[in-house]
Ligand binder design. Structure first.
Ligand code: DX5
Ligand code: ZN
Length: 233
């Protein structure tokens, strides 16, 4: 397998609060805070995906309670109606899905709002769907499960999209984070790193463990070793 490791981007584990206990969200955030700098916030609208989760009021509460970077993944059909509210609530970056369309306008809107700009593609999407936007975004989210629920199995075929994106970013000299989301754990993170991802969302592999901070650190360590191994080769 060709290695396309992200040599110039930080490796980050972003615990997904979807797998946390929503009745004790602040405590869940505290359990991972020493180990990570990002928190992944899954926003589902019951339309783009068959599930409902949280919105700007919860992001505002999180923002008041933590200094972690709030990485908001908007699984929504009409994210443009809510981007300003997420920004005002304290979101640092927002990620919209390419499948909902009108992507250029959404990128412009996020940029104008001062958000870091993310674009997501589902596991059955292609590199060609996101390629035209790579120069205009900060983060490409390659979904490694079909969005909607935590605890699903990692889909390895998505690594091809990650490899193509990392290769394109390197060739074009782009500063691009490539994030993977779904079924990421200490084992699957190795393939993700080798393909060129550098941001690793993990829900159940962090919050469903007895020591979430240690679990996040173990995922980081696995990614870090895999990258070092490739850079030394
Ligand atoms: C899926 C969400 C993911 C999810 C990941 O729709 O976007 O962020 O929480 O959960 P795990 O890590 O359990 O697959
Ligand atoms: Zn997500």
């Amino acid at each position: 397998m060709q290695a396309t490791v992200a040599a110039d981007r930080p490796l980050l584990v972003a615990p997904s609060i979807l797998s946390a206990d929503f009745a004790h969200l602040g405590a869940a955030v505290d359990t991972v805070t020493p180990a990570v700098s990002w928190l992944h916030v899954d926003v589902m609208d019951g339309h783009f995906v068959p599930n409902l989760t949280i919105g700007p009021p919860v992001v505002a509460s999180l923002s008041a309670a933590t200094d972690l970077y709030l990485d908001c993944h908007l699984m929504m059909t009409n994210p443009e109606r809510y981007l300003e509210a997420f920004r005002d609530a304290g979101a640092n970056g927002c990620t919209v899905h390419v499948e909902v369309g009108d992507t250029d306008a959404k990128i412009d809107q996020m940029r104008d709002l001062g958000l870091r700009v993310g674009l997501a593609v589902n596991p059955d999407g292609t590199f060609a769907m996101v390629e035209p936007y790579l120069d205009r975004i900060d983060l490409l989210l390659c979904m490694t499960v079909f969005p909607g629920f935590g605890g699903q199995s990692f889909i390895p075929s998505v690594m091809e999209t990650v490899r193509l994106a990392r290769t394109a970013a390197t060739e074009r000299g782009l500063v691009l984070d490539i994030e993977v989301d779904g079924g990421v754990d200490v084992s699957t993170v190795v393939d993700c790193t080798t393909a060129g991802a550098n941001v690793f969302v993990a829900g159940s592999a962090v919050f469903n463990r007895p020591d979430p901070a240690a679990a996040a650190e173990a995922i980081f360590d696995a990614a870090s070793s895999a990258r070092q191994h490739l850079l030394d080769a």
